[in-house]
Design a binder for this molecule. Structure first.
Ligand code: FAD
Length: 432
């Protein structure tokens, strides 16, 4: 098949991050017969949970159906916000003022917590407090951002700065947007380098991480669980499900509560430093005010544009949907017409019906998931809290244990309503 002219000669249908951090080849090892803690899923949630239980001296085994970190944790956009999707007013109407403040404050704390973790552990992952430019896709949304910055909820104030359209060249070389909001606290990192550093810490603390080992069936036994896997059966006292957007039939209760939604990314080939500097001079992370959001940033070396979003109504092969994703990029940056694409990939983000992350225990199985696209710090933080809760430690307490983890009638884990929802949100975005 002839390749489209915008493919670079070294084009890959794989995450850009994997070039710099190839998938770890872990020493093949037999599945132990018994373990104190079995964690299914080796992304940020699973590894942070495992780190806590291993540090507390519990024998800990992490299994993953694919390579370690194969899921979203090495495929994401590398933008860190510590924000949850619902706004204060929505949460106040649902749960009252105190709970709303507690949820938002804890999620924001997760951002600080992650920064401290990366620093304390000396993880080399291009972590930077670069700030976010939240771009308004029409004048009405710009007015909304201005109101948001001028009337911050007491107790939730943060450093926000409005940028008018006429001044936005200092942030972005695009006529597409109508000004925006700089959120100084937000950060960026290289997600695969971060995952690799975390994996190293988990292994150094004597947890076993076994890749290419799928959990197939869970059975409750007198002193815990017996889990059938593709590599044999293992007995465990405590079981943790950390599968988020990849949650399958092995944990049907969680599957009925997670909506997997594909998010698609591309990386451009390297540009000259001058050209990349002109595009996004302040080197922030970017997203916009659309419901079907796009997000982008420069690669940590500053030379490429990494651009993500959802362009297809139905899930698609990322190579097949790449022309549409590139077209979306060119609507914002028409000057990149001559820049070729070197990578494309996708992953399944785990959404929940109330747009909140959830953690807790159901039928004796511990879980944390549903980060709704903000999982770098939330998955890390809730993985950590989950580990502490499993150990019975008071520091593990979280406001997010409380809101009920909802499902919907007839929902079994396949989002049959997704295409209609995407079309509806696309229409709202067009109407402004
Ligand atoms: C394209 C994309 C861009 C994103 N951008 C951002 C961003 O910029 N900022 C941000 O904060 N978040 C972002 N996210 C979301 C973020 O990456 C995730 O929320 C986070 O990585 C979730 O981590 P996790 O450990 O819970 O799950 P994952 O990292 O997805 O790990 C789940 C693992 O479970 C394994 N698994 C599933 N079933 C089984 C089984 N039966 N047996 C064994 N193993 C199993 C899978 O193989 C997988 O490796 C993005 C996601 C995608 C896809």
């Amino acid at each position: 098949m002839t390749q489209p002219p915008f493919f670079s000669p070294d084009f890959k249908a794989a995450p850009y991050w994997w070039d710099l951090t190839p998938r770890p080849s872990l020493q093949p090892q037999p599945l132990p017969e018994k373990t104190d803690v079995l964690v299914i899923g080796s992304g940020y949630t699973g590894l942070h949970c495992a780190l806590q239980t291993a540090l507390a001296g519990r024998s800990t085994t992490v299994i993953d159906a694919e390579d370690a970190g194969w899921g979203c944790s090495t495929r994401n956009g590398g933008q860190i916000s510590g924000e949850i999707k619902p706004e204060y007013d929505q949460l106040r109407d649902r749960y009252g003022n105190d709970k709303a403040l507690a949820l938002i404050t804890e999620a924001r704390y997760a951002l600080d917590w992650l920064g401290e973790f990366v620093k304390d552990q000396g993880l080399d992952c291009d972590y930077r407090q670069c700030g976010r430019f939240l771009a308004a896709h029409n004048p009405r949304q710009f007015d909304r951002l201005v109101a948001q910055a001028q009337h911050q909820v007491p107790g939730l104030e943060q450093d926000l700065r409005i940028v008018d359209k006429r001044d936005q060249a200092s942030e972005i070389d695009s006529e597409y947007y109508h000004g925006g909001l700089v959120i100084e606290r937000h950060c960026g990192l290289d997600p695969a380098k971060y995952h690799q550093g975390l994996l190293q810490r988990v292994l150094e603390n004597s947890a076993q991480v076994i890749s290419h080992c799928s959990a197939l069936e869970v059975e409750r036994v007198s002193d815990g669980f017996e889990v059938k896997t593709s590599r044999g059966t293992i007995r465990t006292r405590e079981l943790v499900v950390a599968t988020n957007g990849y949650t399958g039939t092995v944990s049907p209760w969680q599957r009925r509560r997670i909506i997997p939604i594909g998010s698609y990314m591309l990386a451009t080939e390297p540009m000259s430093q001058e050209r990349a500097d002109r595009l996004m001079p302040a080197r922030r992370v970017f997203s916009d005010t659309r419901k079907i959001v796009v997000y982008f940033r420069r690669s940590p070396d500053g030379r490429r544009l990494l651009f993500g979003g959802r362009v297809s109504v139905f899930e698609s092969d990322p190579v097949r949907s790449l022309p549409a994703l590139r077209q979306e990029m060119l609507r914002i940056f028409p000057q990149l017409e001559d820049v070729r694409i070197s990578h494309t990939w996708m992953g399944f983000v785990g959404y929940s019906f109330d747009n909140l992350p959830h953690l807790g225990v159901q039928d004796g199985i511990h879980y944390a998931m549903g980060y709704c696209g903000s999982g770098i710090c939330l998955a890390s933080y809730f993985g950590n809290r989950l580990g502490l809760q499993l150990l019975g430690k008071a520091e593990g307490h979280s406001a997010f244990n409380q809101p009920r983890f909802q499902s919907r009638p007839l929902y079994r884990g396949k989002p049959w309503f997704l295409a209609s929802a995407v079309r509806y949100y696309q229409l709202l975005d067009r109407l402004g």
